[in-house]
Design a protein around this ligand. Structure first.
Ligand code: FES
Ligand SMILES: [Fe+2]
Length: 352
């Protein structure tokens, strides 16, 4: 099993290919798990993913346009439906020799999920559930994405050890480094990954919290993060004025609560698409609070990007060197274990 910094890719898994709205206006080219993929909606509105290569002369299909029956190659007009079947070969007969590769796709909760492993093993019950994307009265999300030049697991490491917040994100979502280092931390291994809850009692609120919720004094702040292998992290966090019972009832009125969905879809071994969505409870996405929080997150995640890409550069120079785990890294260690488990079961399935 790998103990190295970079993790091999897990193919038999569902990954976020795009946010739903990204393919509303035409085809989208994206490199996913080492494959060039075109994502689009046919005339029926159903999302589809095909290899981004026309069978005829190898032109990317993403240069074409969507038509009633599927996607039309921009070069000589052949049309392929969502299953990859050639449904129009202008002036000539169609046939299965002209089909292109299709990937299983499921659209759910504002996410287009893609399966890059063996199609026969694409089990929809394994898709991560994030119902909050559909609960727009309570949680109205803003959606973002960054392309990051690093192994996808560096993002998971980053999210599963928040002691970086006080150092990397001091001016936005971070706050006092000491408070982060002293946070009460409960970490558990879950069936598909790891979960932790951190409490920072009577701690100074970070600048984002003050801006969004107008806190005047200290807060009892929580952060709950769950990693679902191989690539999703579900976040619930917030705070209430210190000593007002926020710990006993995090859902009580007042204070601040946020939810974020994070997902790192590998483009290849050392690049990934970082998808993230942000919502402030009971604030519309475009409201001052919703927009300000998302803006802070956009800035904060650029700070992460800087560190993670620099980390990749160093690690690429010495890929055989191992990393060290600190005590704070329990959730990181559990997350890596979960990935190793997926890699092992993929390897044993391939050997059968
Ligand atoms: S290259 Fe696509 S139709 Fe010719
Ligand atoms: Fe961060």
């Amino acid at each position: 099993m790998s103990e190295l910094a970079m993790e091999p890719l897990v193919h038999n898994a569902w990954y976020v290919a795009a946010w739903s709205h990204e393919i509303d206006d035409g085809p989208l080219a994206r490199r996913i798990m080492g494959e060039d993929v075109v994502l689009f909606r046919g005339g029926d509105g159903k999302a589809a993913a095909l290899e981004d290569r026309c069978c005829h002369r190898g032109v990317p299909l993403s240069l074409g346009t969507t038509v009633e029956t599927g996607i039309q190659c921009g070069y000589h007009g052949m049309v392929f439906d969502g299953s990859g079947a050639c449904v129009d070969n202008p002036g000539e007969k169609t046939g299965s020799a002209f089909d292109v590769r299709a990937f299983p796709v499921v659209e759910r909760q504002h996410i287009i999920w893609i399966w890059t492993g063996h199609p026969s093993q694409a089990d929809e019950s394994q898709i991560v559930d994030f119902p909050y994307h559909d609960m727009t009265d309570e949680w109205d999300f803003n959606y973002g994405r960054y392309d990051i030049h690093a192994n996808y697991m560096f993002m998971i490491d980053n999210l599963m050890d928040l002691t970086h917040l006080g150092y990397v994100h001091g001016s936005t979502i971070g706050g006092d480094p000491e408070a982060h280092n002293d946070a009460e931390l409960t970490t558990t291994r879950t069936e598909r990954g790891a979960k932790y809850v951190r409490w920072m009692m009577a701690s100074p609120p970070p600048p984002s919290f003050v801006k969004v919720a107008g806190f005047k004094g200290r807060v009892d702040r929580w952060q709950e993060f769950e990693f679902v292998a191989p690539s999703s992290v579900l976040q619930w966090g917030g705070g209430h004025d210190a000593d007002t019972g926020g710990r006993e009832d995090r859902n009580k009125d007042g204070g601040l609560a946020v939810r974020l969905f994070h997902h790192a879809t590998p483009a290849g071994d050392s690049g990934f698409h970082y998808f993230f969505s942000t919502a402030v409870r009971r604030h519309a996405a475009s409201s001052p609070a919703g927009a300000a929080f998302h803006q802070d997150i956009l800035e904060a995640f650029l700070e992460d990007k800087l560190f993670i890409e620099a980390q990749q550069e160093t690690i690429s120079k010495y890929p055989e060197r191992k990393l060290i785990l600190r005590e704070h890294d329990k959730a990181v260690a559990f997350s890596r274990q979960a990935i190793h488990q997926m890699q092992a079961s993929e390897m044993s399935a391939a050997a059968e």
